[in-house]
Design a protein. Structure first.
Length: 321
């Protein structure tokens, strides 16, 4: 500490504080402490900028040491010689990951162009259209596949890679491995006959015979129903009857010009069919169950509602002879 005090200051202090008697001691101390730096050190001058840089460097070193003490560095295992097989496998996995990202629909997918239904060709799958119930929700279709009859809806599988694409009033569109094909009702034999052009004749009583108008389609015969039971659906429309939000039955309506057909079977326009052969119409297997009975010509007991009153009838195709 005394080395930092100039010699003259010490001499002055000695005169003032130590008194006259102790001048010699103060002078001896001043001679003992030589505070003057060496000559070579007096000639060295350190610029202020260098001093500033040294201070900053010391601060950075101190901060790094403090941070390494507060947060120790993570332990890294010693690097080993990389396995070429592992490196190649990692590269393959990276490419697979990039390919997977490319398949993601980050911005949506473009809607595939659909084949116009108007240009659909007839199907060659050998599937038969047995019947269509378009009034239900969803609409149902009855298709004959081999010896079986299936009741299907849109989206149902007919056979492997073949599904129901759309149900229309007169045909069904199938998607066969993505290609649209149409199945239509076969034309009954009676539809191939030309309408009669013979003019009406007068009976002896002067009355005119009742002939079918040219706009009417001749009714089906028993033989045509036996050969093609689904043709009956072309003469009778089935409209669902819902009560309380549930299907109760089907209202029977003849197509244009076929009112007499229902009468020959013992039915009337507006009858509500609720059961057939002991099964309710809500049974999804009802139509497949009835088709073999119609082909064999058996009588079918049915339950209907006529003007709100239940009635039991028997449908007999012999009435169509």
């Amino acid at each position: 500490m005394l080395a930092c005090i100039p010699r003259r200051v010490i001499s002055g202090i000695s005169y003032r504080r130590f008194g006259t008697d102790q001048r010699e001691n103060a002078a001896w101390i001043g001679n003992l402490i030589d505070v003057n730096p060496p000559v070579w050190l007096q000639s060295v001058r350190i610029p202020n900028l260098v001093l500033l840089l040294l201070v900053i460097a010391c601060g950075l070193i101190a901060a790094r040491l403090t941070w390494s003490w507060v947060v120790p560095p993570p332990f890294l295992p010693a690097a080993s010689n990389p396995n070429p097989g592992t490196t190649a496998r990692a590269a393959i996995d990276s490419e697979a990951a990039l390919g997977q990202v490319g398949r993601w629909a980050l911005f949506g997918r473009a809607k595939p162009s659909e084949q116009p239904i108007d240009t659909v060709q007839s199907s060659s799958l050998g599937v038969r259209l047995e019947g269509i119930i378009s009034g239900t929700t969803p609409p149902l279709v009855m298709l004959g596949v081999g010896n079986a009859v299936k009741l299907l809806q849109v989206g149902s599988e007919v056979s492997p890679n073949v599904v129901v694409h759309a149900i229309e009033p007169d045909r069904v569109i199938l998607a066969n491995q993505g290609r649209l094909e149409a199945i239509r009702f076969p034309k009954p034999a009676a539809l191939n006959t030309a309408p009669s052009t013979v003019p009406p004749t007068l009976l002896s009583g002067g009355s005119e015979t009742n002939t079918l108008p040219e706009s009417e389609t001749p009714p089906p015969t028993r033989q045509s129903i036996l050969q093609n039971p689904q043709s009956l659906m072309q003469y009778v429309r089935l409209v669902p009857e819902n009560r309380g939000g549930q299907l109760r039955g089907f209202v029977l309506h003849p197509v244009s010009g076929q009112t007499a057909l229902l009468g020959r079977l013992g039915l009337m326009d507006g009858d509500v069919l609720t059961e057939a052969d002991g099964r309710p119409v809500t049974d999804g297997n009802l139509l497949p169950h009835l088709m073999p009975l119609l082909r064999s010509g058996q009588s079918i007991p049915v339950t209907i509602e006529r003007q709100g009153r239940p009635m039991h009838l028997t449908l007999n195709l012999d009435a169509l002879r």
